[in-house]
Design a protein. Structure first.
Length: 669
């Protein structure tokens, strides 16, 4: 007797179908248009192949290309498999490992055959062409369930040592699936996939680069070649992305940092930044801006030690969760047998702080705190160290030493929502001052976490209530909840900034934490005379100064707003006879607080203008014999054509207005 199952469609209607019916069959029964458009399905929320049989009652939603997030994930997953198939077809003996979809494409880690060296960018055109051949062949992508023993035997027979190793470690009771591409190539994969390679657009992908990668991310293992690509649903999307990449390359903060003489990095201090005078000027302007903001917000600035006893980190829980990313420092004894320093057998270990929160609790615990003292807002420009993997370091964006605009708000339960709302308003004001739009997201409890479910329920709801009170829980702010992405101790509101070329950067956060105050025994005396635990709100707006400066450089393509520019103006002379007048102009600009430099070199004015334009100086005040005689200046503004002639007083007034930070322009109530 045929078993019947009930399928619930998004509109609430029910369809009774035979067990084994596929989502594709249901799409065809609804109509030929949907049958053609459907590329996958969600079954009880889980992404499914369009041709995978349904075997139980379920809620079904059909996926088309209009469901762009799902469609892109499927396409990129398929592009990765097609890449692996193409490499093995072109270079027999290549071993494959794994290849996931990424935020803008895909990659696959492979080991080249022993007969040749690792793959290089020179190999990419041939691989691309083979991929297009596989796509145009429209090979069916077919799912099969295999036994663990059969899968291991298959990989060992084919010489796929990495796949065999992985298969041996999979649980014996886990359903192991493979996907065939046509009849002659398969890969181990959970899926899902599109129905065939022909569902991909052969003109919607491009292989971009190769890099080294260790098997399973461990440098003790074999080194593989990681082949990266970008993949999209159509050629128009690909071209738009490639244009964005070209623009991003022009804005690369590492290149601009060198051209503008802002900073450098070198191997003597891997992952730490050497700030040059111009770069540190930007830092100081940001620091002064943020200090004014936190002073207005009722924060108390503090400074805490870099090194703290490891036992403190054990008590906070960071050592158990984060030790591999921390720099530990032992007690060095200077009386070894040969007179050299050595580590004592019973050495007390210290650790450089990777975050500021435990130290802020220690400050809070000094003296007895009353409910009347709360909220207590402690702020620190806190220098932290994290032992990031060498391969993960990236200019200012990923470093080992960084400084956070970090604050912790200790408050009562009844104050949490209002404090988070105030933070939302503060973050909004600051991001607007820098010209950013943003989205707000709530990262919810992860699977591995500290604290009770009741506390997590309360903390997550407080964040929702605060965002609603701030008027940000809507589509205008891109409001979204992210299950499983919170910290191990607290849910997290995240601010995702959108830059000038459409990229997003996760920057600001606030987290409502009931775990650390309990683990580190923080308390206050309540109105009832009893001890109570404060709620601890962890918050940052820049995130880190290093990364935020990197984002600003790329957002503005180096053309910083005048108030942030390291050099706001250059006075450049055309002839040496104008030098004395130029000195009087310099003096007036400096007296007005303008960061100005002079250029009286015996070079052509075009050479000078070109050089200072590369350095992204906002204004060049050109002075020749005529300007000196008339008491005027000719101003050339970065990015504008031509020049403006004005008096020195007019120039000083204009530059003074532009050089005033946005929070000091008098438009704030």
């Amino acid at each position: 007797m045929t078993q019947m199952i009930q399928i619930t469609l998004p509109d609430g209607s029910l369809r009774e179908v035979e067990s084994g019916t596929t989502p594709g069959d249901i799409a065809a029964a609804i109509g030929p248009g949907l049958a053609k458009a459907a590329i996958a399905a969600r079954v009880d929320g889980e992404l499914y192949d369009i041709m995978r049989p349904l075997e139980r009652d379920a809620a079904l939603a059909l996926i088309t290309a209009r469901d762009e997030a799902d469609a892109l994930e499927l396409a990129r997953h398929d592009f990765a498999h097609v890449l692996a198939e193409a490499v093995q077809a072109l270079y027999p003996g290549t071993q494959i490992t794994f290849g996931p979809a990424t935020d803008d494409g895909f990659y696959y880690d492979v080991m080249a055959p022993a007969s040749r060296g690792p793959f290089t960018t020179d190999d990419l055109p041939a691989i691309e062409e083979k991929m297009r051949e596989i796509i145009r062949a429209d090979k069916p992508l077919r799912r099969e369930v295999w036994s663990r023993a059969d899968l291991i035997a298959k990989w060992e027979t084919d010489g796929e040592a990495f796949k065999a190793e992985w298969a041996k470690e999979l649980p014996e009771n886990e359903e192991l699936t493979v996907y065939w591409s046509g009849d002659n190539w398969l890969d181990m994969c959970r899926g899902p996939h599109l129905a065939s390679t022909g569902k991909l657009d052969p003109d919607a992908f491009k292989l971009t680069r190769v890099a080294g990668a260790y098997w399973r991310g461990d440098q003790r293992n074999a080194q593989l070649t990681r082949i990266y690509g970008t993949g999209w649903l159509n050629k128009k999307q690909l071209n738009a992305h490639l244009t964005m990449l070209e623009e991003a390359a022009k804005r690369d903060h590492r290149r601009l940092g060198q051209e503008m003489d802002l900073f450098h990095l070198q191997h003597e201090a891997q992952g730490s930044v050497f700030w040059h005078p111009h770069g540190f000027t930007i830092w100081r302007q940001l620091e002064a801006y943020m200090r004014r903001a936190i002073d207005d917000g009722g924060y108390n600035e503090i400074k805490t030690p870099q090194l703290m006893d490891v036992r403190q980190w054990e008590q906070s829980g960071h050592w158990g969760k984060y030790a591999e990313n921390m720099f530990a420092v032992p007690d060095i004894v200077p009386d070894g047998e040969d007179g050299s320093p050595h580590i004592a057998d019973d050495a007390a270990w210290m650790a450089m702080k990777p975050m500021n929160c435990p130290a802020h609790i220690l400050v809070f615990k000094q003296g007895i705190k009353s409910y009347r003292d709360l909220p207590l807002r402690l702020y620190e420009n806190g220098c932290c160290h994290r032992n990031e993997p060498h391969g993960a370091l990236h200019g200012l964006m990923r470093v080992r030493q960084f400084t956070q605009d970090d604050a912790h708000i200790f408050c009562r339960e009844d104050q949490v929502v209002e404090e988070v709302r105030k933070f939302c308003a503060l973050a909004d004001r600051i991001y607007q001052d820098f010209g950013f739009t943003y989205q707000v997201k709530l990262a919810l409890r992860p699977e591995k976490r500290f604290g009770s479910d009741a506390d997590w329920d309360k903390a997550e709801q407080e964040m929702r209530d605060a965002v609603a009170a701030a008027g940000m829980d809507n589509a205008e702010y891109g409001w979204e909840e992210l299950p499983g992405e919170g910290a191990f101790y607290a849910p997290k509101l995240e601010w995702h900034l959108t830059d000038a070329i459409g990229r997003t950067w996760q920057v600001g956060t606030i987290q409502g934490d009931r775990v650390l105050p309990d683990r580190l025994d923080a308390s206050y005396v309540g109105e009832d005379g009893a001890r109570h635990r404060p709620v601890m709100l962890h918050r940052a707006i820049f995130g880190s100064y290093e990364r935020f400066i990197g984002i600003l450089i790329e957002h503005f393509a180096g053309r910083m707003p005048v108030w942030l520019a390291p050099v706001q103006a250059v006075v450049a002379t055309i002839v040496s006879d104008a030098d004395p007048y130029a000195e009087t102009v310099m003096a007036k600009l400096k007296a007005a607080g303008i960061r100005v430099e002079s250029d009286y070199r015996n070079e052509s004015i075009n050479y000078k203008v070109r050089e200072h334009s590369v350095a992204k100086v906002p204004h060049i005040l050109v002075i020749g014999k005529r300007e000196a005689e008339e008491g005027k200046v000719a101003i050339r503004t970065l990015g504008s054509q031509g020049q403006r002639i004005m008096s020195v007083d007019e120039a000083v007034a204009m530059l003074s207005e532009e050089a005033t930070p946005p929070d000091l322009k008098g438009h704030r109530s």
